[in-house]
Design a protein around this ligand. Structure first.
Ligand code: NAD
Ligand code: TYD
Length: 359
C-alpha cells in the first residue's frame, strides 16, 4: 500500500511513519511543510529508506497538493499536518485558521477529485483519515463522565476551535460527496521527539538544564495521557478496519493532574540522573495560568476497544520512563532543537533537494 501521511515530520507523524515502515511493507509519502515543529532529524534512520518519500509541501498550496495526488496515487491519506500548540494559538491564532481549516479543506478537495477518478477496488478501498484531538469536546468538570464520540463540540482555544472546524469539514465531505473518511479524536500524547514547548518534554529539558519547571495555576488541571506509539498503533488499526464515516476516540484511560505529571518526571530524574545538592522537585514553579485553560480532558475509548480490539500497551509509568530515557540518550536531537540547528537539517544532513528523500 502507498499511504500519504501529512505532518509526518512532526511528533506523532514521525512516530507513525517509523512504526509503519518498520512493521509493514507500506510505502509512505510524507508530506510536510517543515514549520518550526517539523523536524527531519526525527526520521534520520529513514534517510535512505526506499519506502520513505519526503515531499516538502504546504497543505494550503492547492496546486502543490493536487500534484502530489497525481504523482503518487496514494491508496489512503492520513492527515496529521496542523498547528498544534494551544499556547501558540493564543498568541497568534491566524496561522491555525489557515493550516488547520483551509489546509484541511484543500486536502479534502484534492482527495475528492482524485477519488472521483478512481474505479473498482481502488475507489472502494480509498480512505481519508483525519487525525484530531479530544480538545474539540471542550473541557469536563471533575465528576463528569469521559468524552464519548457523541459528546457535543464546545472547543475553548483557537487551536481546538480550528480542529473542531476541520472535523466538521471532513464530515461534510463524507455526507455531501461520499468521500470515505475516518476521524479519530485522541487525548494528550507524549513520547520521543516531541517539541519542547509541550508540558512533558519542556519539563524534562528544563530540569536537565536546572531551569524552573513552570506549572500553570495550581497544577490541578487534568489530562488523559497516551504514549505516542500506542496512538500510532490505533491510527493504523482504524485506517485498516474502521468504518467509513465513523469517529473513534483514542485515549490512554490515564488521567493525571499536571502537578502529578511534573512530580513523576522529577522522581524519575532523581533516580536516573541525580543532582548533587537537591531534588529536581525543588525546581517546580507555579506560574500564571493559561487564559481559558481547560480543566479536564478524559476519553471513553470503549468504541475502538470493543469494535476494533485496540488497547494501549504502555502504562503511564512505563511510557514516561521510556520518554525520559529517550531525552537523556538523544542529546544530538535535543541540542539541534534547542539551538534551532534542526531547521537546517534538511540541507545539511540529507544534502538533497526536498522531494527526493528516500528516492
Ligand atoms: P506537531 O506540531 O509536532 O507536528 C505538526 C506537523 O505538521 C509538523 O511536522 C509541521 O511541519 C507540519 N505542518 C504544519 N503546518 C503545515 C502545513 N501548512 N503544511 C504541511 N505541513 C504542515 O503536531 P503533533 O503533536 O505531531 O500532532 C499531529 C496531529 O495530531 C495534529 O493534527 C494534532 O491536532 C493531532 N493531535 C495531537 C495530540 C498531541 O498530544 N500532540 C493529541 C491529539 C491529536
Ligand atoms: P500542553 O502540553 O501544552 O498540551 P494541551 O494544552 O494541548 O493539553 O499542556 C498540557 C497541560 O500542561 C495543560 O493543562 C497546560 C499545562 N502546562 C503547564 O502547566 N506548564 C507548561 O509550561 C505547559 C507548556 C503546559
Amino acid at each position: 500500500m502507498k499511504i500519504m501521511v501529512t505532518g509526518g515530520a512532526g511528533f506523532i507523524g514521525s512516530a507513525l511513519v517509523r512504526q509503519w515502515i518498520a512493521e509493514s511493507d507500506c510505502t509512505i509519502i510524507n508530506v510536510d511543510k517543515l514549520t518550526y515543529a517539523g523536524n527531519l532529524h526525527s526520521l534520520a534512520d529513514l534517510q535512505h529508506h526506499p519506502r520513505h518519500i519526503f515531499e516538502q509541501v504546504d497543505i494550503c498550496d492547492v496546486e502543490g497538493v493536487e500534484k502530489l495526488f497525481r504523482l503518487h496515487r496514494p491508496d489512503a491519506v492520513i492527515h496529521l499536518a496542523a498547528e498544534s500548540h494551544v499556547d501558540r494559538s493564543i498568541h497568534g491564532p491566524m496561522v491555525f485558521i489557515e493550516t488547520n481549516i483551509t489546509g484541511t479543506a484543500v486536502l479534502l478537495q484534492a482527495a475528492r477529485g482524485y477519488w472521483n477518478e478512481l474505479s473498482g477496488e481502488a475507489k472502494e478501498n480509498f480512505r481519508f483519515h483525519h487525525v484530531s484531538t479530544d480538545e474539540v469536546y471542550g473541557d469536563l468538570d471533575w465528576q463528569d463522565p469521559p468524552f464519548t464520540e457523541e459528546t457535543p463540540y464546545t472547543p475553548s482555544s483557537p487551536y481546538s476551535a480550528s480542529k473542531a472546524a476541520s472535523d466538521h469539514l471532513v464530515r461534510a465531505w463524507h455526507r455531501t460527496y461520499g468521500l470515505p473518511v475516518l476521524i479519530t479524536n485522541c487525548s494528550n500524547n507524549y513520547g520521543p521527539c516531541q517539541f519542547p514547548e509541550k508540558l512533558i518534554p519542556l519539563v524534562i529539558l528544563n530540569a536537565l538544564n536546572h531551569k524552573p519547571l513552570p506549572v500553570y495555576g495550581q497544577g490541578l488541571n487534568v489530562r488523559d495521557w497516551l504514549y505516542v506509539e500506542d496512538h500510532a498503533r490505533a491510527l493504523r488499526l482504524v485506517l485498516a478496519k474502521g468504518e467509513p464515516g465513523r469517529t473513534y476516540n483514542i485515549g490512554g484511560g490515564c488521567e493525571k493532574q499536571n502537578i502529578q505529571v511534573v512530580e513523576s518526571i522529577c522522581s524519575i530524574l532523581d533516580r536516573m540522573k541525580p543532582l548533587h545538592s537537591q531534588s529536581y522537585h525543588a525546581l517546580i514553579t507555579f506560574v500564571t495560568d493559561r487564559p481559558g485553560h481547560d480543566r479536564r480532558y478524559a476519553i471513553d475509548a470503549s468504541r475502538i476497544q470493543q469494535e476494533l480490539g485496540w488497547q494501549p500497551l504502555e502504562t503511564f509509568d512505563s511510557g514516561l520512563e521510556k520518554t525520559v530515557n529517550w531525552y537523556l540518550n538523544n542529546g544530538d536531537w535535543v541540542t539541534n532543537v534547542q539551538s534551532g540547528a534542526y531547521r537546517g537539517w534538511l540541507e545539511s544532513h540529507y544534502r538533497l533537494p526536498a522531494g527526493t528523500i528516500g528516492n
